[in-house]
Design a protein around this ligand. Structure first.
Ligand code: 13P
Ligand code: ZN
Length: 270
């Protein structure tokens, strides 16, 4: 068996959690990540027949039966992942009936997966249905997106267009826009179902007065999406109270569609 601490997926997870903490997106235990792993690759590092514990999921995800995930632990701090990955992270397999998580590695202090496990797993189901390459669901608490949910209309089209207007790259990075959920209680199946529904049409889902979800084919893509939206929100907060002399117009956004061969969300541009 190869040393799992050298596995590229684990090394990248440690780098990403550290980077997110350093961006100020993951105070205390804020934020959580799940990464869909490849069975063949994982078998180089772990005996897949050795289940340490079975943890009930609290929901059913038969679509994910037999799939493997690297997941952050509940109550764990992103800043500590690099010092004790086996305590703060876990590798799980979704059981045959889709109702349990079989722990194969990690959570070595007796811990368990993030409280947002329902939102993560249900979002994986949604994203895999539209993009079989999707592997990552990432949640965090980026300051400026969060602040924006206090002062900006939460209408998805209005929220998206403001972000697109803040920097030229936004419409290219997330042409489908961002979806928005109103404030809800977190950590339960209800917000999981609502998030997964929003994930069917966009890779970014804002949780008002809480944070942001991003999805992608790898950690870099999910991180980059969040980073771009957060940068746009920061710009918005810097200028929202000032008189605007100009912005990026719909006509200019159409020019970007043409140049970069992307299609902005249907009905969002005049
Ligand atoms: P966990 O510590 O359970 O991952 O929760 C953090 C969080 O961000 C809840 O939304
Ligand atoms: Zn959160």
């Amino acid at each position: 068996m190869k040393d799992i601490l050298q596995a590229p997926f684990l090394v990248e997870m440690i780098r990403t959690t550290d980077n997110m903490y350093n961006h100020g997106w993951d105070e205390r235990n804020g934020g959580n990540i799940s990464v869909l792993l490849d069975e063949k690759e994982l078998a180089e590092y772990l005996d897949l027949d050795r289940v340490i514990r079975v943890i009930p999921s609290g929901f059913s995800a038969p679509e994910l039966a037999g799939r493997y995930f690297l997941v952050t632990g509940t109550g764990k701090y992103f800043k500590n992942v690099k010092y004790a990955p086996d305590v703060n992270l876990g590798i799980l397999r979704i059981s045959k009936d889709g109702e349990n998580a079989e722990l194969l590695w990690g959570f070595s202090d007796g811990g368990k997966f993030t409280s947002e496990f329902p939102a993560h797993m249900m979002s994986h189901v949604s994203r895999l249905a539209v993009d079989p390459e999707n592997k990552v669901i990432m949640h965090c608490h980026p300051t400026n997106i969060l602040a924006m949910t206090f002062v900006h209309d939460l209408d998805e089209k209005a929220f998206t267009k403001t972000l697109w207007q803040m920097c030229t790259e936004c419409v290219i990075v997330f042409p489908e826009g961002v979806n928005v959920l109103p404030w809800m209680v977190c950590g339960n199946n209800e917000i999981g179902i609502a998030t997964a529904e929003k994930m069917k049409t966009a890779r970014l889902v804002v949780w008002a007065q809480h944070g942001l979800y991003g999805a992608g084919k790898d950690l870099d893509e999910a991180f980059g999406l969040i980073e771009t939206a957060e940068k746009a929100a920061e710009l918005y907060l810097k200028i929202a109270h000032l008189p605007w002399k100009q912005t990026i117009t719909d006509e200019q956004l159409h020019l970007l569609e043409k140049q970069f061969n992307i299609k902005a969300r249907e009905g969002y541009l005049d």
